[in-house]
Design a protein around this ligand. Structure first.
Ligand SMILES: C[S@@+](CC[C@H](N)C(=O)[O-])C[C@H]1O[C@@H](n2cnc3c(N)ncnc32)[C@H](O)[C@@H]1O
Length: 260
């Protein structure tokens, strides 16, 4: 083995050792474990921790931050604003309690855009309970099939938590939207890996998908990617498995091919 190869080999061994050491103190780290599937990750949630997003109280985690407009939301806002003359309804998949509806309200004419949040039952319950009188165009569904046809499907921060392929999710829609806007899609060059994110009260499966998965799914669904971007500031390493490298957070704007 040459010197460079030996150095790489040793570097990897050290990273693995550091990762396994961090695993001994799970409360102090954000991402734990590397699993092949959502189900396998759920089976490894520690006793005493709530399993996944679909539980009361989990909607409180990062709620304030999600109702802000961080830098990485601006590509989404750009596309929503640009498309707004042709939008009368948005389906916000993984829309939580309506966090982006509230965050984007100062920038978009939400009084004339119907904003339908699709999320898991626990988030929908919390969202309905928190709805304010001014949220006139905001509504919630627990099943994508119940959402009326929309011009845009938004998936902001959904893909890392989604327990199914994008194609299956889109298959539940009554009608394909003209545009799909996805943000904060965690990707990597190697095979998809599912880790567990520490939400303190809960551990939540977090999918870092192979980089080809979403573009290939969009293409197979009949969409052309018309824009894409990388969010450098939200790359993550799995604390217990640093040897797997950092994720790359991506966004996509895709248009239905025969939509003109
Ligand atoms: C990180 S939050 C994203 C919130 C917001 N869209 C944003 O960008 O800040 C992820 C959301 O995805 C939702 N989610 C996870 N699995 C889902 C599923 N199978 N169907 C719908 N929503 C899901 C979670 O409940 C949660 O509200």
């Amino acid at each position: 083995m040459g010197t460079a190869a030996l150095r790489r080999h040793l570097g990897r061994a050290v990273r693995i050792a550091i990762g396994r050491y961090r695993a001994l103190k799970p409360d102090t780290i954000r991402f734990r474990g590397a699993f092949e599937s959502h189900e396998e990750a759920l089976r490894h949630v520690r006793p005493g921790k709530v399993k996944g997003y679909d539980n009361n109280g989990v909607s409180e985690v990062s709620k304030a931050l999600m109702q802000e407009v961080p830098l990485w939301d601006y590509p989404m806002l750009y596309w929503l604003k640009r498309l707004s003359p042709e939008i009368d309804r948005v389906i916000d998949a993984g829309g939580h309690i309506g966090v982006k509806y509230r965050a984007f309200a100062p920038y978009l004419e939400l009084d004339r855009i119907e904003w339908v949040v699709y999320d898991l039952p626990a988030q929908v319950r919390a969202g309905r309970a928190e709805a304010r009188p001014e949220d006139k165009t905001l509504s919630f569904v627990e099943r994508l099939e119940d959402a009326p046809p929309a011009n845009v499907l938004l998936g902001s921060g959904l893909l890392p938590y989604l327990d199914q392929p994008l194609a299956d999710l889109i298959g539940h829609l009554r009608q394909r939207p003209r545009y799909i806007l996805l943000n904060k899609v965690a990707t990597r060059d190697g095979p998809t890996v599912v880790t567990l994110e520490n939400f303190r009260l809960a551990e939540v499966p977090y999918h870092i998908r192979n980089v080809r998965e979403v573009p290939e799914a969009l293409s197979a669904l009949g969409y052309d990617i018309v824009d894409s971007w990388i969010i450098d500031s939200i790359a993550h390493r799995i604390d217990t498995h640093p040897e797997l490298g950092a994720s790359v957070s991506r966004g996509y704007a895709a248009r239905l091919r025969d939509a003109g």
